[in-house]
Design a binder for this molecule. Structure first.
Ligand code: DP6
Length: 360
């Protein structure tokens, strides 16, 4: 689908007011998105596992206005308390989605949101948060235009989510999502994510992700700045090619459940992402000493026990430990006894692969 297919029209009638509620999960990329151009077009395609437990619940309360306002009118509450820290990001998002949902300025909104994970966990809530909010707005559009079909709804949900945060485009469905055009993947698009269209081995449908909370503070460098630094980056072109190739290499691996090759690709992607940060200008590093301690522990455990555990990282110090279901018991025991000490206040979150967002 093309951008124009998502353009919206003004309905003939107004709704009396009401509420939509969605819960959208976070996701963790296996092939990383790092680098973009306006409007939220990724420099390379990415693939992610949709999570289950780490999620944002959002309520969109809407009331009709007498006449359309110039700016979208909204207030935001986080856990029931008015919170303006997300205001600029949401205002930009509402600007961006206006051409696709022209009715938005004919209503005013109260956005109530809460995360299943602690605020200061270092886990980005933008993917789950923007996906949940997009789904609420799109539900409103569907109420105005009830003929909208389910597949269009899902495409547009991802399209709108992308305009809020790139990685949010991959939080609408599961278990595996691809966002970004790849010539070998029919139906792939830079505008929205699709459900991974190739066979997925059973082992990945029950995969676990334990998020080891190494540093719960806010990041020194935001993803937005990090993406920008890819523009004049000396290794950018090779990085984008590497991601495309890794995406291709994952296809047989995801189909046949070859964990050895899976681990090699996924860990390399995580380190390549952080290598980009360390070699940009200005350079920066988001890993902390305990991040490295944990990576070394994982490598040692894998060598000693031959258990197929591996890590990935997002743009922060936390470590995502990935492992299959059949070894979950022993791995979780090991996390408790060996890795918890490297986490801030000993904290970690057990999560697993999920199916995507749900209306609540
Ligand atoms: C490292 O989606 O947070 O997590 O589009 O500017 O909101 P914006 O960036 P964001 O970037 C996420 C980058 C990443 C890798 C990934 O999720 O693919």
């Amino acid at each position: 689908m093309k951008e124009n297919d998502f353009k919206g029209k003004l309905p003939a009638h107004k709704l009396p007011g009401g509420v939509y509620k969605w819960k959208a999960p976070s996701n963790i990329a296996l092939v990383k998105y790092w680098g973009k151009r306006p409007p939220q077009i990724p420099a390379n395609p990415s693939i992610s596992l949709t999570l289950d437990h780490c999620a944002t619940r959002t309520e969109l309360h809407y009331e009709p206005l007498e006449s359309a306002s110039e700016d979208c009118q909204f207030e935001i509450f986080l856990d029931g308390v008015a919170n303006d820290s997300f205001r600029p990001k949401i205002a930009t998002f509402l600007e961006r989605i206006a051409p696709y949902l022209p009715f938005t300025r004919h209503y005013k909104y109260r956005i109530e949101t809460s995360n299943s994970f602690p605020h200061s966990s270092g886990i980005a809530s933008s993917a789950s948060g923007m996906a949940a909010l997009s789904l609420c707005f799109l539900s409103l559009e569907r109420e105005l235009f009830p003929e909208m079909d389910e597949s269009y709804f899902l495409r547009k949900a991802s399209f709108l989510s992308r305009l809020g945060s790139g990685s949010a485009s991959r939080s609408t469905e599961g278990p595996l999502m691809q966002w970004g055009y790849h010539k070998e993947v029919a139906g792939s698009s830079d505008l929205y994510a699709i459900k991974y269209p190739f066979p997925i081995h059973e082992i990945f449908r029950n995969f676990h992700d334990t998020i080891l909370l190494v540093d719960k503070g806010s990041k020194q460098v935001s993803s937005t700045v990090g993406h920008q630094l890819m523009h004049d980056h000396p290794f950018a072109e090779n990085r984008f090619l590497q991601a495309e190739r890794n995406l291709e290499k994952l296809q047989p691996v995801l189909a046949d459940g070859d964990l050895e090759r899976f681990i090699a690709i996924v860990e390399s992607e995580a380190l390549a992402l952080h290598a980009m940060m360390m070699t940009s200008s200005p350079y920066f590093m988001l890993m902390k000493p305990n991040t490295l301690e944990i990576l070394n522990k994982i490598w040692a455990y894998r060598q000693e026990t031959r258990r197929p555990v591996c890590f990935t990282l997002d743009a922060g110090a936390n470590v995502h430990l990935l492992y299959p279901d059949h070894i979950a018991g022993e791995v979780q025991q090991w996390i408790k006894s060996e890795l918890a000490d490297f986490c801030e206040n000993g904290q970690y979150i057990h999560d697993r692969v999920g199916a995507g967002a749900t209306s609540i």
